[in-house]
Design a protein around this ligand. Structure first.
Ligand SMILES: C[S@@+](CC[C@H](N)C(=O)[O-])C[C@H]1O[C@@H](n2cnc3c(N)ncnc32)[C@H](O)[C@@H]1O
Length: 227
């Protein structure tokens, strides 16, 4: 398969899912009670072991091979950046960056975000920035509940606060994320198309080089909560 022929997610769903609002409201009204695995608490301990308790926290959720985590750590050198990824294989593939060139203000953890987000929220931790970059789109109509904004963990994502940014090559994903945020926050949230002049992640580079339109939304949850 050649590199720059990545496809936009194909879906029978052309706009915001008709059950999105109902699903989001259900999750906002009822806490997610699935037990948290011990391994997820251990991952939290690993992630925060080098944190001084003061540096603002950034989470790169579903960081894949971690290039964005490294870039964010370089950009926000006074922050502590946590790259979270469930695939050990992807985490190991962050090479060819040699360890010696890795920023010291970041850490990678292998964890399931469904638990990891809840452990951080349970601890009362607040993020300065939170990136969800090119999450699996789950474009089938029946897979709505697997998209992060329609997942039971969505309220915990919001509880972590900070500037939340989500990017996707599927406009519907960003439109739905914006709708879910509006329902939760009670104020308008808009996504936008954008040009990735300097791609932050390998997926972003691949989609851009395939000529696709890219979409993002960015919302300051703390500002929204304060207003
Ligand atoms: C489409 S890839 C995008 C990777 C990277 N953000 C990028 O843009 O290059 C989505 C990533 O999210 C990870 N992921 C999906 N569900 C996850 C979960 N529940 N917990 C942790 N990582 C997850 C996948 O393993 C995959 O690496």
């Amino acid at each position: 398969m050649s590199y720059a022929n990545s496809r936009i997610p194909e879906s029978a769903q052309q706009g915001v899912h008709t059950h999105l609002a109902e699903r989001v409201c259900t999750h906002l009204a009822s806490p997610f009670r699935k037990p948290i695995a011990d391994v997820s608490r251990a991952a939290r301990d690993d992630a925060l072991a080098g944190w001084d308790g003061h540096a603002p926290l950034i989470v790169d959720a579903g960081c894949g091979v971690g290039h964005s985590t490294i870039e964010l750590a370089r950009t926000y050198s006074d922050h502590c950046v946590i790259g979270v990824e469930k695939s050990e294989d992807r985490l190991q593939r962050r090479k060819p960056y040699p360890d010696a060139l890795m920023p010291s203000n970041m850490v990678f953890v292998r964890a399931n975000l469904v638990d990891f987000w809840r452990v951080l929220a349970e601890d009362g931790l607040r993020l300065a920035r939170h990136y969800i970059l090119y999450p699996n789109p789950w474009p089938k109509i029946g897979h709505l509940g697997r998209r992060w904004h329609a997942h039971p963990v969505f309220p915990d994502i919001l509880r972590l606060g900070g500037v939340l940014e989500c990017r996707s090559n599927w406009a519907v994903y960003i439109d739905e994320f914006a709708c879910a945020l509006e329902l939760a926050r009670g104020c308008p949230v808009a996504g936008e198309a954008f040009e990735a002049a300097r791609p932050l992640t390998p997926f972003e580079r691949k989609y851009r080089d395939s000529g696709q339109c890219l979409y993002r939304l960015r919302v300051d949850l703390d500002a929204a909560a304060a207003s």
